[in-house]
Design a protein around this ligand. Structure first.
Ligand code: GTP
Ligand code: MG
Length: 460
């Protein structure tokens, strides 16, 4: 436990009420020096209590008192609710500092909660995610991580590996007698299962990252197919310039929008064609890059156009169907659907289906809004987020640690099958255990902790 007592505003400016937090060994004594209570004191309050008090010449306040270890940080703590005037808040902080407290650094309350064993590192990081969550999907995943579902899954993998390690060490203890205590086939099965679980969690980062930062959806197609019109219709805003001059959009235009509780990041791109114009060529290059990075590609084809097949083929060349989801949109159905073009599009989709990859194809009118509700539902469905479980890795640091653990475990497995002695196997096994340990903070360095908690806001 630290000897310093910290204080900070826990609420951002604005609103009617502000909360000043105080935590540390002298928290309650400091509050008693700053606040006059009609009866008793913060330090003498039994258990959790809320008391009315006065900060002389400044404000009337309500103070929530928490005694260690039953508080957010695990230390003695108080939360002073006052009127949200910046003058009052800074006045209370000044007085607390005059009584020996110091202003808290970003995330310091949560860092103390972690150091005092109130939560592990993954849960502490979930606190930051929960505070910044703006959509129901972000909220659901952060809450599940905060409640410890993800930590429990990691603890389960660690437990299995520790059992494995114990069996190997038993064997090492008796190595001079050349005994093999551990059934190597059983050991191999344990490793296989642990590798699968690490890989599944690491793979979930693809969706987890999309939940956190928005599912990237690139809108691509030939010039004039209606990409910018579609972006504007999905955003319900006049965000991108629309015109009947091919090559209107040069640079990419990116904007987020929440559909059914999921954050999508739509990226309108320059129309793909051969171009002699240097700026347009750069824009097209950028469009290809954005399409390659997207999770979902919305490929627009102008159903009234003369080159549907060629346009669709160009879109297909830009998409990696093994990794990405493609939604082919036949746009401008309001112009009187050209049956020939619809058939061409359907044939292309059936050919892809034959290769075992399913591609969604929809007729829409970006201009008239026809088929867009259906498209929104399709986007939610192909994002895979609603059907994913609540345990998703949303943090690049965790995903990297899981991959490290998985490759160390694969090395153990290879060593096991080639008959490597137990003491050599334990080296890679310990690498895997340490990698997993860095996620929950069982193993951490001040530098890593500093990096993680500095991303928090002050007062959390
Ligand atoms: N009738 C009809 N016209 C549309 C539709 N969608 C777009 N358009 C028209 O098609 C023209 C091109 O639209 P844009 O949205 O600028 O096309 P774009 O694909 O962004 O074009 P570039 O930026 O040049 O690549 C404009 O005149 C739009 O009004 C539609 O669904 N129906
Ligand atoms: Mg455009």
């Amino acid at each position: 436990m630290t000897s310093e007592t910290i204080c900070a505003p826990a609420t951002s400016p604005g609103g009617a009420i502000a909360i000043v937090r105080v935590s540390g060994p002298s928290a309650l004594a400091a509050v008693d020096s700053v606040v006059s209570f009609r009866r008793g004191s913060a330090a003498s309050a039994a258990g959790f209590s809320i008391r009315f008090g006065v900060v002389r010449d400044l404000d009337e306040v309500l103070v929530s008192v928490f005694h260690a270890p039953r508080s957010y940080t695990g230390e003695d703590m108080a939360e002073i609710s006052c009127h949200a005037s910046p003058y009052i808040v800074s006045g209370i902080l000044d007085r607390l500092c005059a009584c020996g407290c110091r202003l808290a650094a970003a995330g310091e309350f949560t860092q103390r909660a972690f150091l005092n064993g109130k939560m592990d590192l993954a849960q502490a990081e979930a606190v930051a995610d929960l505070i910044s969550s703006c959509t129901s999907a972000q909220h659901r995943v952060a809450l599940s991580q905060l409640k410890g579902g993800y930590s429990a899954e990691l603890a389960e993998i660690r437990k299995t590996l520790l059992e494995f390690s114990a069996l190997l060490e038993l064997e090492l203890d008796f190595s001079e007698e050349e005994l093999e205590f551990a059934d190597r086939r059983k050991l191999d099965e344990i490793l296989e299962r642990a590798i699968q679980r690490c890989d599944a969690l690491a793979d979930s980062f693809r969706i987890g990252n999309a939940v956190r930062n928005g599912v990237p959806v690139a809108i691509v197609g030939a010039p004039n197919s209606g990409k910018s019109t579609l972006l504007n219709a999905l955003l319900n805003d006049d965000r991108a310039i629309v015109s009947d001059i091919p090559g209107t959009t040069r640079d990419t235009v990116e904007e987020t929008c929440v559909i059914d509780g999921i954050l999508f990041r739509f990226i309108d791109t320059a129309g793909i064609r051969e171009s002699g114009d240097e700026i347009e060529r750069l824009g097209i290059e950028r469009a290809r890059r954005k399409a390659a990075e997207a999770e979902i590609v919305l490929g627009l084809v102008d159903l009234c156009g003369e080159s549907v097949e060629e346009d669709a083929e160009r879109i297909l060349e830009m998409v990696d169907l093994k990794r990405q989801k493609l939604v082919l949109l036949g746009n401008k159905v309001d112009c009187g659907m050209c049956n020939k073009n619809v058939n061409i599009l359907n044939n292309i989709v059936s050919c892809i289906d034959l290769q075992g990859v399913s591609v969604v194809s929809l007729p829409v009118s970006a201009k008239q809004g026809i088929g867009l509700d259906y498209l929104r539902r399709e986007l939610v469905s192909v994002s895979g987020i609603t059907s994913a479980g609540d345990i998703l890795v949303t943090n690049a640091r965790h995903a990297a640690a899981l991959r490290e653990a998985s490759s160390a475990l694969s090395a153990v497995r290879a060593g096991l099958s080639s008959g490597l002695p137990g003491d050599l196997l334990t080296i890679d096994l310990h690498t895997a255990l340490s990698s997993l340990g860095t996620i929950t903070g069982a193993i951490s360095t001040d530098e890593v902790l500093g990096q993680i908690f500095s991303r928090f806001c002050v007062g959390k």
